[in-house]
Write a new protein. Structure first.
Lengths: 253, 263
C-alpha cells in the first residue's frame, strides 16, 4: 500500500532525488569551505569527510524516519478502527507500510547514487571486511530507525495530535544520529549525549564502518550496541503497544 | 482583512484544543530550527571560521534568516497542506464562500509550531545583534527591520509559487520541502563559499541571497566581498515586494486550473 502511494506521485518522487543531490552538493561545498586549505583535521581528511556526508545523506533520505509513519493520521481520522479489525497485528501493519515506503524509494536511490557520488565524493571501503560489516550495520541501522519511527508514531494514541513530537524526534534523529556532523567532530558533552542515545546507531555507525573509521574491536562493540538497541526497542514497542491498545480513541466513523 | 481576522481566531481556538501538543509544538519548532545553528556551532568550534566569517557573524546571518522565516510561516504556514485541500476537493468549499480562497486556505488550521521559529529568531537576533560587529545607528536598525520583512516576502513568494503548481501537479510536497530545505541549509551560510555559478544562481534564479546574505553584508560592512554591486545588496528589501506580487499573480492564474475531485 505505502509502496504504491509513494510511486503514485511521480513528480514528488523525482523531486526527492533532486533534493538529495542538492543536499549532497551543499554539504560538499560547506565542508570544503570549512576545511579551506587545511587538508586534514583531527586525522580526518576532507575527502573522507565528504564521502561521509554523501553516504550519510543518501542513507538518511532512504530511511526517511519521519515521513512514513501513518499512525498519527490514522488515529486522528479514526482509520485506526479498521486497522484493529484486520487479522495482522497493528505494529506489523505499520512496520510493513514503512518498509514498503523504503522499498519504493530504494531503486530510485540506486539510480541517484552515482550522481550523488559525482556531486559529492566517495571512497571505496578500505577492505572487504569493512564492506561486509557495513552491510550488517546498515541493516541494523534500518531496523533501529523504523522501530523508533513506530514508537514515536504510537505517541499519537496519547496526544492525538503529535506534529510537535515528530518535529523534536526528527531533529534529534537527524542531529544526534551524526547524519549532519559525524560524532568525531562533535564538541565533548554533545558527543557523550550522542553516544548514549540510539540515534547514532542509525547513521553514524554504518557510515563510519564503511569508511573504516570504526574497525577491529571497536567494530564488534558498535555492532553489539546496534543489536542491543534493536532488542531494547522491540521490547519497548511491545510494551507501549500493549498499553496503547487500551487508550484507543476512535474519532468518528 | 476582516474575514482573515475572524477565520484566524477560529483556527487559533481550534489549535488550543490540544494544549499539550501546542506546547510541544512550540518547543519542536525551536528545536527544528536550532539544529542548523547547532551544526554551525559544532563545525565552527572545530574550524574557527567559514569563508572568513566568524561564529558571531554567521549567527547574525542565521538570525536574520530565521526571523524572516518565522515571519512568513506564522501567517502562511498552511500553504503546506494545499495538496491535500486540492486533492480531496476541500477547495470546492472555499470557492463558494464569500472570502478570498487563499485567505480561507491559510486560516484552515494554524500550526503554532511556527511561532517558535519567530520567537527563536527574534531572540537569536537580539543576542546576535549585540555580539556581531555592526555599527548600529537608527538607519542600520531600520535597514535590518526592512530586510527581515523583505526576506520573509522572498521566501513566501517562492512557497506561494510552488503551492500554485498543485493545481496542475496535485503533489508539491517535495518541492516545498525542497525549497524549505535549501533555505534552511544554504541560507545560513555566507554565500561567498559557493562557486561563481552557484552564487549567481542563488541570487538571480533562486533568490535566496536577498533573504539574509546580502542584507548582512551591508550591516557587517562586508559588501566588498560581493560579486554583485553593493546597491543591489542595499536594495534587497525591495526585491521581496516585487517577487511577492509576481507570485500572487501566478497563484491567481494557476488556480483557474483547479479541477475538483468531485463530491
Amino acid at each position: 500500500m505505502q509502496f504504491a502511494t509513494v510511486l503514485t506521485y511521480r513528480t514528488d518522487y523525482l523531486l526527492t532525488a533532486v533534493l538529495l543531490l542538492v543536499q549532497v552538493y551543499l554539504l560538499r561545498v560547506v565542508w570544503t569551505a570549512v576545511y579551506a586549505d587545511r587538508g586534514v583535521a583531527d586525522g580526518i581528511t576532507v575527502h573522507t569527510m565528504i564521502a561521509y556526508a554523501t553516504l550519510a545523506t543518501v542513507q538518511y533520505t532512504l530511511f526517511s524516519p519521519w515521513r512514513f509513519s501513518q499512525i498519527p493520521e490514522r488515529v486522528r481520522e479514526g482509520k485506526v478502527a479498521m486497522d484493529l479489525l484486520r487479522p495482522v497485528g497493528f505494529c506489523g501493519q505499520m512496520l510493513a507500510a514503512q518498509v514498503g515506503g523504503t522499498a519504493a524509494l530504494a531503486p530510485f536511490m540506486v539510480l541517484a547514487l552515482p550522481f550523488a557520488l559525482l556531486v559529492g565524493g566517495a571512497t571505496a571501503p578500505p577492505s572487504a571486511g569493512a564492506a561486509v560489516a557495513y552491510a550488517v550495520s546498515l541493516l541494523l541501522a534500518y531496523a533501529i530507525s523504523q522501530l523508533l519511527a513506530l514508537l514515536v508514531g504510537m505517541v499519537a494514541f496519547w496526544t492525538v495530535e503529535n506534529t510537535g513530537i515528530f518535529m523534536i524526534y526528527r531533529v534529534a534523529a537527524q542531529f544526534l544520529s551524526g547524519a549532519l556532523v559525524p560524532l568525531w567532530f562533535m564538541p565533548g558533552p554533545l558527543r557523550v549525549l550522542a553516544q548514549v542515545l540510539p540515534f547514532q546507531a542509525t547513521a553514524y555507525t554504518p557510515t563510519a564502518t564503511y569508511l573504516g573509521e570504526i574497525h577491529g574491536s571497536g567494530l564488534a562493540v558498535a555492532l553489539g550496541v546496534q543489536a542491543l538497541w534493536v532488542g531494547l526497542l522491540t521490547a519497548l514497542a511491545r510494551l507501549v503497544w500493549s498499553r496503547a491498545v487500551h487508550r484507543v480513541v476512535v474519532q468518528g466513523g | 482583512m476582516r474575514a482573515y481576522r475572524i477565520l484566524l481566531g477560529a483556527a487559533v481556538r481550534a489549535e488550543l484544543q490540544y494544549r499539550a501538543n501546542f506546547l510541544i509544538n512550540v518547543i519542536g519548532g525551536i528545536c527544528y530550527q536550532g539544529v542548523g545553528l547547532a551544526f554551525i556551532w559544532a563545525v565552527l568550534s572545530q574550524f574557527g571560521t567559514i569563508g572568513g566569517w566568524s561564529l558571531r557573524e554567521v549567527a547574525f546571518l542565521y538570525a536574520i534568516r530565521l526571523t524572516a522565516h518565522g515571519l512568513w510561516i506564522v501567517p502562511f504556514g498552511q500553504l503546506i497542506s494545499v495538496d491535500e485541500v486540492v486533492r480531496q476537493g476541500e477547495y470546492d468549499r472555499y470557492l463558494v464562500r464569500p472570502a478570498n480562497p487563499l485567505v480561507q486556505l491559510i486560516t484552515r488550521r494554524i500550526h503554532l509550531t511556527a511561532s517558535g521559529d519567530l520567537l527563536g529568531g527574534l531572540l537569536l537576533l537580539a543576542i546576535a545583534s549585540t555580539q556581531a560587529p555592526v555599527a548600529w545607528s537608527p538607519g542600520a536598525v531600520a535597514f535590518l527591520l526592512l530586510a527581515v520583512v523583505g526576506g520573509a516576502m522572498v521566501e513566501l513568494s517562492l512557497q506561494l509559487a510552488a503551492s500554485a503548481m498543485t493545481f496542475r501537479l496535485l503533489s508539491t510536497m517535495s518541492l516545498k520541502f525542497g525549497i524549505d530545505a535549501v533555505f534552511n541549509e544554504v541560507g545560513s551560510y555566507p554565500l561567498k563559499i559557493f562557486g561563481g555559478a552557484a552564487r549567481f544562481g542563488l541570487t538571480f534564479v533562486f533568490p535566496l541571497a536577498f533573504v539574509a546574505y546580502l542584507p548582512s553584508t551591508v550591516l557587517l560592512d562586508r559588501t566588498g566581498e560581493l560579486a554583485v554591486p553593493a546597491w543591489l545588496a542595499w536594495g534587497s528589501p525591495v526585491v521581496g515586494g516585487v517577487l511577492l506580487t509576481g507570485a500572487y499573480l501566478f497563484w491567481s492564474r494557476q488556480s483557474r486550473h483547479y479541477k475538483s475531485s468531485g463530491h
